[in-house]
Write a protein that binds this ligand. Structure first.
Ligand code: CMP
Length: 140
């Protein structure tokens, strides 16, 4: 199995409820190491750029608004099959459809306020990590 890196974002709905520690504990318990992490507040143009693949979707405006509603924690997770593993831990996009024991089932409030984002492919992981972190910020 390959050691991979993936970008994770703990969203404003989760930071507002002080869930960063609980979410990070799940990553670490599952063997994903947090090799870079920063708390920041996204400005609207930054959220729009990050989610630009969704620019034509009906939910784009609400998604960007919710991502700017409070601080986010952006992080790089590293481990075997990190991209798929993180997506399993997160669960389905809509918390209502997420499996029991997943982060979105346990913490998500709605499809936008679904507590976490994770890269969905190795190409997107590379691009999303590069959006927030320089190589020197990532300490494996
Ligand atoms: P995320 O993993 O951050 O990637 C895109 C986000 O768009 C997704 O999580 C959801 O929060 C949000 N979103 C809102 N509506 C939808 C939808 N109908 N389908 C997919 N994503 C949606």
């Amino acid at each position: 199995m390959a050691v991979e890196r993936t970008l994770s974002i703990i969203k404003p709905d989760a930071t507002r409820r002080s869930l960063t520690g609980q979410i990070n504990a799940r990553f670490e318990a599952a063997g994903l190491r947090i090799v870079a992490q920063r708390r920041l507040r996204l400005m609207r143009p930054q959220a729009e750029r990050f989610y630009r693949v969704h620019a034509e979707r009906s939910f784009f405006g609400e998604l960007c608004e919710s991502m700017c509603a409070g601080p986010v924690v952006v992080q790089v997770l590293e481990g075997e099959n990190a991209i798929k593993r993180n997506r399993e831990l997160m669960g389905a996009t809509n918390p209502a459809n997420a499996a029991p024991g997943t982060i979105r089932k346990d913490f998500g409030e709605s499809i936008e306020a679904n507590s976490v984002h994770g890269s969905d492919s190795s190409e997107n992981a590379r691009e999303e990590i590069g959006y927030f972190f320089a190589e020197i910020d990532i300490v494996g």
